[in-house]
Design a protein around this ligand. Structure first.
Ligand SMILES: Cc1cc2nc3c(=O)[nH]c(=O)nc-3n(C[C@H](O)[C@H](O)[C@H](O)COP(=O)(O)OP(=O)(O)OC[C@H]3O[C@@H](n4cnc5c(N)ncnc54)[C@H](O)[C@@H]3O)c2cc1C
Length: 581
């Protein structure tokens, strides 16, 4: 019998989105709404701590910025696929979030006049990225964690791995999770749940994300029948250090860093003459791939990777130490290059899941017909209320986590407050079925010749080869058939460690299963979308096609693979125009 744990609201994920939601519930309803926060890693190990460059918000209308400009930059950056009502929500809530964090103790970097400093990020018409050195995510997380500790009506479940969402009769009933410390499965029941599980960055091998970012929250939603939206849009950040893929923040170019090819040319002048290195990421990444393809890149003999150079030397040691200390440290440690003296070898790197769980502007999780799955919300990188469309602008993601953390925290808290009781107990079949699948199925399975590590390695390779910055039908078909082969082979994967306690081998098996599911969704969506828009660049369909493709993709689970349907884009203010920088 699976043991049950009850809360008013369960939050899955303790990154920026999950923590912001928890803080909001405590601020609004402290005594009245009790919260459980589940995370598969220790709270401060959530991936948000690695956000570097900053968070976008309009702070200085007196100096020329405006909410409308932030909205326009975001919509244009999204290649017009963002839902414009969601974009207005993001930009209008953000200034207050910056000041709230300030009041809660964050140490924002300052200008000489004492006001909060801001710098340029790609696609911005005004330097509106607020930052704390180049460790913004760490400081934001610490501040929210500190704030949370003022309250006590919550419970933390660190190192608990959620395995499924239980939905019955179109309504949320609970989630199942393995407590890694005792290896048992538990059922969490709550009136409301907020999914804040982050993205799926490790579907790629050359990626800025840590190995824990495996798209679990997305895959669980998909398997529970919830559609994933716009998954074919995956962001490639221009500057991953080779050979590791560790990020050099866009803040480096915001501070004046330039990109050079093998001939020492500042090649961005050909591709985005106005914005140069500060064009949006999809444009800079494509430019870099073109330069390398046309023979103007360098080659790292050891890894076989081609690369270009990010030159920060002219910023000088003092500015590097003050504004970009982490970049300097990481370049020295992981590329053996001191940016004060030499350019950094970089190439585009998988960085952000633009797609996610289908949701409305309030973060309410929707089915393919647009009906709310009662009791469920989603926030942060796991969500697709479509604020980023086909290409996210840098520093809008941490912003999104804060805004929808607040919105969903408030909504879910209020809903829990008004609900007299927990939803009905889910059928034993569902919960016992999950226990059987995990422990009798996966864990006890005879270890064969396949391992999760090998499957993941091959998956990463095929995604890096065929589903990267440029795609075409032939490559995508190859990728799909490889992913399906890997899914078949996965049926023979079993953890070699059969114990229950802290079985990280078992967790890797579960994570790999999740990666395979979301990879299939990405590729099927990418194959079908016969146009180029934002981060989705098809060499066989190089143009944006608004007539046929100005719509969101929804992918719904079926035994035979994702079934696609489409969802309208909300256009409130700006009609799509050609995107020039
Ligand atoms: C290197 C790097 C730098 C970045 N810099 C910036 C930046 O400067 N500005 C910006 O705006 N954006 C930046 N981003 C993007 C931004 O950091 C992320 O999009 C954002 O932090 C995601 O936050 P989140 O709360 O949605 O998810 P995360 O912080 O990834 O948290 C996910 C949470 O879900 C939990 N979880 C996941 N699966 C399970 C499961 N199965 N069971 C239990 N718990 C689970 C995890 O334990 C974790 O607590 C950067 C990203 C990277 C990789």
């Amino acid at each position: 019998m699976v043991e049950t744990i009850n809360h008013d609201v369960v939050i899955i994920g303790s990154g920026l989105a999950g923590l912001r939601a928890a803080v909001e519930i405590m601020r609004m309803f402290e005594e009245k709404v009790n919260v459980g926060i589940i995370s598969k890693v220790q709270l401060m190990r959530s991936h948000s701590v690695s956000a570097e460059g900053g968070t976008a918000a309009v702070l200085y209308p007196d100096e020329g910025d405006s909410i409308a400009l932030h909205a326009w930059d975001t919509v244009k950056g999204s290649d017009f696929l963002a839902d414009q009502d969601a974009v207005w929500t993001l930009v209008s809530h953000m200034p207050q979030e910056i000041y709230l964090l300030e009041h809660w103790g964050i140490l924002w970097s300052r200008r000489e006049d004492g006001r909060i400093a801001q710098r340029y990020f790609g696609g911005q018409t005004f330097p509106r990225t607020v930052y704390a050195g180049d460790k913004t995510g760490l400081f934001e997380m610490q501040t929210l964690y500190g704030k949370l500790q003022e309250y006590d009506n919550y419970e933390r479940y660190d190192e608990w791995f959620v395995t499924s969402y239980v939905i019955e009769d179109g309504e949320y009933r609970g989630v199942t999770a393995i407590n890694m410390k005792d290896g048992n499965l538990y059922l969490f029941r709550s009136k409301a749940v907020i999914i804040a599980t982050g993205g799926g960055g490790r579907v790629y091998g050359f990626s800025t994300y840590g190995h824990t970012v495996t798209g679990d929250g997305l895959a669980m939603a998909y398997r529970a029948g919830i559609p994933l939206k716009d998954m074919e849009f995956y962001q490639f950040h221009p500057t991953g250090i080779i050979p590791s893929g560790i990020l050099v923040t866009e803040g480096a170019r915001g501070e004046g860093g330039i990109l050079l090819n093998k001939n020492g040319e500042r090649f961005m002048k050909k591709y985005a003459p106005t914005k140069m290195e500060l064009a949006p990421r999809d444009i800079v990444s494509r430019a870099m791939f073109t330069e390398m393809k046309e023979g103007r890149g360098f080659k790292d003999e050891e890894s076989g990777l081609e690369y270009l150079l990010l030159d920060l030397r002219h910023l000088g040691e003092e500015k590097l130490n003050e504004r970009l200390p982490l970049v300097r440290e990481v370049a020295i440690k992981f590329a053996g290059v001191d940016p004060a003296e030499e350019p950094i070898p970089v190439r585009p790197v998988a960085h952000y899941t633009m797609g996610g769980i289908h949701a409305d502007i309030r973060g309410r999780v929707l089915d393919a017909q647009g009906r709310w799955i009662k009791g469920m919300w989603v926030a942060g990188e796991a969500a697709a209320y479509s604020v980023h469309g086909a290409n996210r602008l840098g520093s809008n993601s941490t912003a999104e986590c804060l805004v929808w953390g607040k919105i969903t925290g408030r909504e879910a808290g209020l809903y829990a407050l008004k609900s007299p009781s927990l939803p009905p107990m889910p059928s034993n079949e569902k919960v016992a079925g999950e226990e059987k699948r995990l422990f009798d199925g996966l864990l006890k399975r005879e270890s064969g010749k396949e391992t999760a590590y090998q499957i993941k390695k091959e998956l990463n390779h095929v995604m890096d080869t065929h589903v990267y910055v440029y795609r075409n039908e032939e490559g995508l078909r190859k990728a799909l058939s490889k992913i399906r082969e890997l899914k078949e082979r996965f049926k023979n994967v079993a953890p070699s460690d059969k114990s229950r306690i802290y079985n990280t081998d078992f967790i890797t098996v579960l994570e790999t299963e999740n990666l395979l599911d979301i990879a299939e969704v990405i590729v099927v969506g990418a194959l079908e979308r016969r146009e180029s828009r934002g981060s989705h660049a098809r060499t066989d369909y190089p143009k944006r096609d608004d007539e046929n493709w100005l719509k969101h993709t929804l992918a719904t689970y079926s035994r035979d693979g994702p079934v696609l349907s489409y969802w309208p884009v909300t256009i409130t203010t700006w009609k799509p125009v050609e995107r020039k920088y």
